[in-house]
Structure formats: C-alpha cells, structure tokens
Design a protein around this ligand. Structure first.
Ligand code: UGA
Length: 439
C-alpha cells in the first residue's frame, strides 16, 4: 500500500483485518512511527481500533522502503495524494515518484492498482512509465468511494466494487482480495463487482463525485428559489427523495459542498473535457453555484446587521462537514475569512478540527457557548450534531445580539424563535417567518 493518507491507511487496515498481509509504505518517519503504534495521522471514526487489531494480528506493518515491501508482495496499491496544483488540476508528482520506484524495484510479477483519484488516462500513462523502466506491469484501476467520517464502513460495506483493466488475470487477482467483502455473510451487504476497462473505471470515479456535487448544487439552487417564493426546501427535498428515480441522499441544502475531493475532481473533469475540445457547462455551473452558495451566509448577515465591521460573529464549524477534522476547501473557512475581510471580529468553534486550522487571526474556541459569548450573531457553518443539540436559550442569553444564521438548516425555526433568537436559514424563509403551526 504505497501512501498512508486517508485512503491508504483505511484500505491497508481494512484489508489486513480481512486476512490479507499488508505492508504500508510511507516516506515520512514521524508518520510511520505513529502508524506502527496504531495511530492514524488524522481522525477517522473506528480507524485507530481497526489499526490496532490489524497490527496485533501481525498482518499489517509499515516501512519507508518500497523495495522491501515489493520483495514480499504481489499486488501494489497506489494510494498517494494527488492534491490540486496551482492550476486546479491534480498534482501527479507523488504518483510519478511512486511509479518510478516501483518500476525500479519490481521483478515484473506485480499487479499495480490505482486507488488514488487520478486524471482519466493516468493508468495508461502508468503502463507507459513501467515500459520505459523496462518492465511490463499489469495495471488495474480500482476507484475508491470512501467518505471521510464513514470510510471504514464504506470500505467494508461498499455499494459496488469497480475494477478496470485490459488484463483479465490481473483483474481477477484484485477481485480475490475483495472476496471476504463480496461473499460476506449478510447477503444484502454483498456488493456487485463491476469489471470494465481502465478508462471507464477511471471515469466512474469522476462521474460519481460530479453527480453528487451537482445534486447538492441543484438543491441549493432550489433552496434559493424557495427563499424567494416562501417554500420550505426541506419538505421539497423530502418529496423529491421519495421518488426512487431521484433518491433521498445529497439533498441537504446549506452552505454548499467542500472537502478535498469534489472541487478538485470536478475541476479535473472539466479540464479533461476541455482537453478533448468539450465545454462541460453543467459541471462548470455546479462549481459556480457552489462558490456563490458559500457567500450566502455573509449576504444574510449583511441583510440583518448591515455593515459587519466591528461586529462580533461566532462561526460554528470549521471542518468541511461533520464527522471529520478535515478543513480542506471548507465552506466554513471561506465564510470566516470573508467575515474577517469585512472587518468582523470572528470566533470559530468546532468539536474536532484543530485550533491551528483556524484561518488568519480568527479566534478559536472548542466550546460553542464560549464562542458565542458577547457575539452579535452566530452562524452555523458545519452540520455537527453537537450544534443541533445546543440549548438555544442558553446560547441566546450569552450573546450580545440575537441573530442566528443557520447555514445548515440544523434547527427548527419555531424553536429558535421561541428561544428569543432572530432566525434565518437556507431555503426555509417561509417557515422561519410563518406563525408556529404546533404551538
Ligand atoms: C466524497 C464522496 O462522497 C465519496 O464517495 C468519495 O470517495 C470522496 O468524496 C473522494 O473522492 O475521496 P467526502 O469528500 O468525504 O466524500 O464527503 P461527502 O460526504 O461526499 O460530502 C461532501 C460535501 O458535500 C461536504 O461538504 C458536505 O457537507 C456536503 N453535502 C453533502 C451537502 O452540502 N449536502 C448534502 O446533502 C450532502
């Protein structure tokens, strides 16, 4: 398993608990010693326990030496990072380095599996790299669909396993690794295995993320229209989701999507299309709607408070979504930065993200009530359940103002108003203004 980021660590630990012997390859010594002691370099539910079990079983180990790992293995998973470069396209330097090392150390029998999300055509490029190194290695594309916050269960109970290759035998070697998942006891959890060609497997990954991001941008656009016409987007989304052709997932309106994947993958897909002479205008619109959506909260604050300079604003949330400490491309970070640019005094709080990940001179508090103390407004930027269960009366009593702008529609508008708060949210202005139905 070359690379021990989110994907590599989860996949390594999971395979090891499924009776496969796994060697994780990681260049950074501090990361290796943490992993050897059973600590993932990031917070992910259930992962540390799984790492501990795998290490104790003796089927998981870590090394910095690719050659040493290759000498005792048959399949090499490429799980190195492909972060967005300055031009927005994935930076393939780590992949290039890993591939060259593999080319140098292999005896020619290895099957190389791309798990990193790589631009369409990269597996073909890898095949050529290996040829240049004087070896012919079979390449299999096996895209991952793991979500941060539920990566372990996503791996062990996937909706599908997608494998692409021109080499049927290599493909079956990888299927074999997944056998414990494919043939697991509970029949309803057994995923289909889709065998296809390299370029199709690579495209599935991009299409899946592009569709999910488009679904979120779609419901956000509907939410904005709901705000104008006085409809309730949560009811609209609920009714849409009951249509089996649409499905209920990814219809939660709010500040928009973030994280290290959607933005990067959409840009890469748009760029690939452009390289082929096609303008992917729907995908560009998905990105555009999302960019505007992040600033919706700032506009709402301006509508209520007018000039924001000197206002004290508490931003609840820093992670790009609940269930992770990851702040990469987080809408919450963008909101905090913009508020600060406008002269507001910003305090952020998050149950998991580190204080060090707060941007600029933004103050960080772990406790939401402390963050809200003497604030003019509280903004909900991340959908943490910890925020949804806050005592709103206590919150209101600590603030100097009374405005709650709920960028994730966490609260019941009537309860928020009953707690003495001026409440605004996304796509539910009709509900927020209407007389409470149940009182
Ligand atoms: C996403 C995909 O869901 C995974 O299948 C994929 O493997 C992964 O990217 C990847 O490419 O590595 P992830 O980035 O962990 O997973 O997060 P998601 O759960 O997809 O959420 C993405 C963003 O959409 C978050 O900011 C979340 O708050 C937002 N979102 C999601 C909404 O605003 N509304 C929703 O209804 C759902």
């Amino acid at each position: 398993m070359v690379g021990t980021g989110y994907v590599g660590t989860v996949v390594a630990a999971c395979f090891a608990t499924l009776d496969t012997t796994v060697i994780g390859v990681e260049a950074e010594p501090s990361k290796i010693s943490a992993l050897r002691s059973g600590q993932a370099p990031f917070w992910e539910p259930d992962l540390d326990e799984l790492l501990g079990t795998a290490l104790r079983s003796g089927r998981l180990s870590f090394t910095a030496d690719v050659g040493e790992a290759l000498a005792v293995s048959d399949v090499v998973f490429l799980c190195v990072g492909t972060p967005a470069a300055a031009n927005g396209c994935p930076d393939l330097e780590a992949l290039d380095t890993a591939a060259r090392l593999i080319g140098r150390h292999t005896d020619g029998h290895h099957v190389v599996v791309t798990k990193s999300t790589v631009p369409i055509g990269s597996s073909q490029w890898l095949t050529s790299l290996f040829e240049e190194a004087g070896t012919e290695l079979a390449v299999v594309s096996n895209p991952e669909f793991l979500r941060e916050g539920s990566a372990v269960s996503d791996f062990l109970q996937p909706d599908r396993i997608v494998l692409g290759s021109d080499n049927a035998a290599a493909l079956e070697t990888v299927v074999e690794l997944y056998r414990p998942i494919v043939e697991q006891k509970e029949e309803r959890l057994r995923p289909p295995v889709i065998r296809t060609d390299l370029v199709t497997a690579e495209t599935v990954k991009y299409a899946a993320n592009a569709f999910l991001a488009t679904k979120v941008s779609f419901i956000n656009e509907i939410a904005n229209i709901c705000d104008l016409v006085g409809a309730d987007v949560t009811d609209v989304a609920g009714c849409l989701g009951l249509d089996r052709r649409i499905g209920p997932g990814f219809l939660e309106a709010g500040l928009g999507w973030g994280g290290s994947c959607f933005g990067k993958d959409l840009s890469a897909l748009v760029a690939t299309a452009a390289d082929c002479g096609y303008e992917a205008s729907l995908l560009q619109a998905t990105i555009g709607v999302n960019k505007k959506q992040r600033m919706l909260i700032v506009e709402k604050l301006q509508r209520h408070l007018k000039v924001l300079r000197g206002r004290r604003i508490a931003v609840f949330g820093l992670a790009f979504k609940a269930g992770t400490d990851d702040v990469r491309d987080s809408p919450a970070v963008d909101v905090a930065c913009r508020l600060q640019e406008l002269g507001a005094l910003v305090t952020v709080c998050d149950p998991r993200a580190s204080a060090g990940s707060a941007p600029g001179r933004v103050r960080f508090e772990r406790d939401p009530h402390r963050a809200a103390t003497a604030s003019d407004a509280v903004v909900i930027a991340t959908e943490w359940p910890e925020f949804a269960t806050l005592d709103l009366e206590e919150l209101a009593s600590n603030m100097r103002g009374d405005l709650l702008v709920d960028g994730r529609n966490l609260f019941d508008p009537h309860l928020a108003r009953a707690a003495g708060l001026r409440y605004d949210c996304v796509g539910r202005s009709g509900v927020a203004l209407a007389a409470p139905v149940h009182l």
